[in-house]
Design a protein around this ligand. Structure first.
Ligand code: ATP
Ligand code: MG
Length: 555
């Protein structure tokens, strides 16, 4: 999007830095995912922001895996994260891993011990918490705070060698126990974890904490603008303190509001629960707010980037309506998706005055929004399928579709008039009978009939049978994460509707996974990866109109 808009606050900061010659005008950002889950739409915002800032100011962006917690991380996640970023349309300058800096970060810790700024503490987690005091009362510290440099160096080395068990010792910074900022009260720098790491294997049994890994990694890479979410504001003084005490490259941290979206959850921990407890079919379930879920649902990279651009960058937490995301894909697909006919809830329609052995090839425009999209042909015959809801036995006034005595146009074909119908023993309509007006063919209609409604159809003998999956919100409430009790008790039980026998025009048999269409009057659909040679499966990406907004207005 190239429309003029005012600079967001991060762009203002970068422009000022460039104007003042900070770092010689160089801009290097990073995107630092922890490989403990798949990326979601919130990460997309961070990706668009970090890569976007660099692109705008001739800079670069590193992809750095923040892999300092061996227990939850996995290479499956690393691979999916890389694929998702590339799919979104961004290229990183370097692929880096915080774990590659373990030796250097260890040496930084030794440096701080030597300066008397870090010590090994044998206290339990509980004792440490108590020794830190409260926000209104300074901490008293633990008995280990005044260990000598020599003793600390020895103990820290033995921690590394694996002489102690998990939790037996930690390395803490010697901060300020009276600081109003609790993060400055001797924060933990290293903990012991005898766990296998997905990259460093069993080389390490001590791992640096976020606060003693993130800023150090930024600095090692000479990151100029380290952008993170608001909850890290209280960590910023510590971020700066470590960098100052170590005298290393002065990266700077800036914070923006994380993206929250209605009717979903965004924490990887919660998304993992949905996957593990099989509330969804996987990380890429089309109902998930993950990038892979949105991709499978039919979202395009451009629509997600447009969404991130539209919501902008804020300094205060807010909740974005998911219908804005839906608006962005609908707007794009309206311009790009070919129109096709698909009948999701079929009922048979017989045109009694059309020759039973005749088949006509009707011409249909692929996309009226795109003059270059061309046309295709559709077989037409005396037996069709139409949508059950397009026929009413006793239609009310202003029902501009089919009923006994009512006329309607069959899209790209003829005008027909409802004549009668047959029902089964349960009272369900099995066949509708109609007559057609031979002079009413689309493009050459000479009847002068004034017909208000147009409905879609497929020829019964030519239609392909496909599976169609319709999705609704995954949760029944706007903010399931903030409701009382288990967020999973707010899952919408009707979030997936499977139609195993929908009829579509024969051209769709050739559709390939990922291809997108507008099913006339039914919404935008894409071919799912579950499709087989026997059966094509379609996902509804989004409806044509925002049905939720309408319902909300009705109240
Ligand atoms: P979670 O709490 O879901 O695990 P996280 O913040 O721990 O998320 P990371 O992998 O550490 O996930 O995030 C990588 C980057 O993406 C971080 O810079 C983080 O600030 C950013 N990010 C994560 N979630 C959001 C969000 N909802 N909106 C914007 N940025 C986000
Ligand atoms: Mg994190």
């Amino acid at each position: 999007m190239s429309e003029e808009r005012t600079l967001n606050f991060l762009e203002q900061i970068v422009e000022e830095d460039i104007a003042n010659g900070v770092n010689g005008g160089r801009v290097l950002t990073r995107f630092p995912p922890e490989p403990n889950g798949y990326l979601h739409i919130g990460h997309a915002k961070s990706i668009c922001l970090n890569f976007g800032l660099a692109q705008k100011y001739n800079g670069k962006t590193n992809l750095r895996f923040d892999d300092t917690n061996p227990v939850t991380e996995d290479t499956e996640y690393v691979d999916s994260i890389k694929a998702d970023i590339q799919w979104l349309g961004f290229n990183w300058a370097q692929e880096l891993y915080a774990s590659d800096y373990f030796e250097q970060i260890y040496n930084f810790a030794v440096q701080l011990i030597k300066k008397g700024l870090a010590y090994v503490d044998d206290s339990t987690a509980e004792e440490i918490a108590i020794s830190k005091g409260t926000p209104t009362e300074p901490g008293k510290g633990t008995p280990y705070r005044n260990r000598s440099v020599a003793e600390n160096l020895d103990l820290f080395e033995r921690m590394r060698k694996g002489e102690f068990k998990d939790g037996e010792k930690v390395l803490r910074a010697k901060g300020d126990l009276a600081s109003p900022n609790m993060h400055m009260r001797d924060p933990i720098m290293y903990r012991i974890k005898h766990a296998h790491h997905h990259r460093t294997g069993d080389n390490w049994c001590i791992y640096p904490m976020y606060d003693f890994a993130h800023g150090q990694s930024d600095s090692i890479e000479n990151i100029t603008h380290s952008v993170c979410t608001l909850e890290f504001i209280p960590h910023r003084p510590l971020y700066n303190w470590f960098i100052e005490q170590l005298g290393i490259f002065p990266s700077h941290q800036y914070e923006f509001a994380r993206l929250n979206l209605t009717y979903t959850v965004m924490s990887k921990r919660k998304l993992l629960q949905l996957v593990n407890e099989k509330h969804v079919t996987g990380w890429d379930d089309p109902r998930m707010p993950t990038i892979s879920g949105l991709r499978r649902r039919g979202y395009t990279p451009a629509s997600i980037r447009a969404f991130c651009e539209r919501i902008g960058v804020q300094k205060r937490d807010n909740m974005i309506d998911v219908s804005l995301l839906e608006f962005c894909i609908r707007e794009e697909l309206n311009k790009t998706a070919n129109r096709v006919m698909a009948v999701l809830d079929p009922v048979k329609l017989v045109i009694t005055n059309y020759p039973a052995d005749q088949v006509e090839e009707m011409t249909a425009e692929n996309n009226p929004e795109d003059p270059n999209s061309g046309t295709r042909t559709l077989p037409f015959s005396n037996t069709l399928y139409i949508e059950r809801e397009d026929f009413m036995e006793e239609p009310p006034k202003k029902f501009f579709r089919l009923g006994p005595g009512l006329v309607v146009r069959l899209k790209n074909a003829y005008i027909i008039k409802g004549e009668g119908f047959e029902k089964d023993a349960d009272g369900n309509i099995t066949t509708i009978y109609a007559t057609y007006f031979p002079e009413s063919k689309s493009g050459g209609d000479t009847t002068g009939l004034n017909v208000k409604g147009t409905i879609h159809w497929v020829s019964a003998a030519h239609a392909a049978t496909v599976e169609v999956r319709l999705y609704d919100r995954l949760f029944k409430v706007e903010d399931p994460g903030s409701e009382e009790g288990d967020f999973k008790s707010y899952i919408n039980p009707d979030s997936l509707q499977v139609i195993s026998n929908a009829y579509v025009e024969p051209s769709l048999l050739k559709a390939k996974p990922g291809e997108r269409f507008q099913f006339l009057r039914k919404g935008y659909f894409c071919v799912d990866t579950d499709s087989t040679a026997e059966k094509v499966v379609f996902n509804r990406t989004v409806t044509l109109k925002d049905t939720w907004a309408k319902e909300a207005k009705k109240g």
